[in-house]
Design a protein. Structure first.
Length: 165
C-alpha cells in the first residue's frame, strides 16, 4: 500500500515538474502564439472604448512590431494594401479607428514554424475580423513572419496567403 501511495506521489511530482518547466520556459512557438493573441486583443475595440484607450492600445501594438515591418494584405473591397514601416502602419490604424465604431479581431488555426537558426519564424493563421455592425466576418489567411531579437519576437512581415487558382 505504501508503495502505491509513493508511486502516485512520484507521478504527481513528475507531472508538476513537467508543467512547471513548460510554464516558466515556454517554447518559441508558444511565445509567438501568445504574442499573436495579444496583438488581436490590442487591435480589437468597442464603441465604449475611449480615445485614450485606443491610442494606448495602438502604442502597445507598436511594441510587437519591427521598425521596418512590411505589410501586404488584401482588404475588404478586393484591393491590396501595403505598408513599409511601423509608423506608416500605426498612422493608418489611428486614422481608421474613428471611422469604425467597433472591431473584433481573432487569429485562429495558428501554426508556427521556427527556423533552424532560432532567429526567425513564420506563422500561418486565419484572421477573422468583425467590422462595425457588419453581419459577416471578414476572413483572410495570413502568413506572419517574426524575427528573434535579444528581448522578444517581433513581427517583420504580414502578407495575405493567396489561394491556389
Amino acid at each position: 500500500m505504501k508503495l502505491i501511495v509513493r508511486l502516485i506521489l512520484l507521478a504527481g511530482l513528475l507531472a508538476l515538474a513537467v508543467w512547471s518547466w513548460g510554464f516558466f520556459f515556454p517554447t518559441p512557438q508558444k511565445i509567438i502564439e501568445k504574442r499573436l493573441v495579444k496583438l488581436a486583443r490590442l487591435a480589437s475595440f468597442t464603441s465604449k472604448d475611449g480615445n485614450i484607450k485606443r491610442l494606448a492600445d495602438t502604442e502597445r501594438i507598436s511594441l510587437l512590431l519591427a521598425q521596418n515591418i512590411q505589410v501586404v494584405v488584401d482588404v475588404p473591397g478586393g484591393r491590396e494594401t501595403m505598408f513599409d514601416n511601423r509608423e506608416e502602419l500605426l498612422q493608418a490604424a489611428l486614422a481608421a479607428r474613428p471611422a469604425v465604431k467597433e472591431l473584433v479581431v481573432q487569429f485562429t488555426d495558428i501554426g508556427v514554424v521556427v527556423n533552424s537558426d532560432g532567429k526567425s519564424a513564420a506563422a500561418l493563421l486565419t484572421l477573422k475580423a468583425k467590422i462595425g455592425a457588419e453581419p459577416d466576418w471578414f476572413i483572410e489567411e495570413l502568413r506572419v513572419t517574426f524575427k528573434n531579437t535579444n528581448d522578444d519576437w517581433l513581427v517583420t512581415r504580414v502578407e495575405t496567403v493567396k489561394p491556389l487558382q
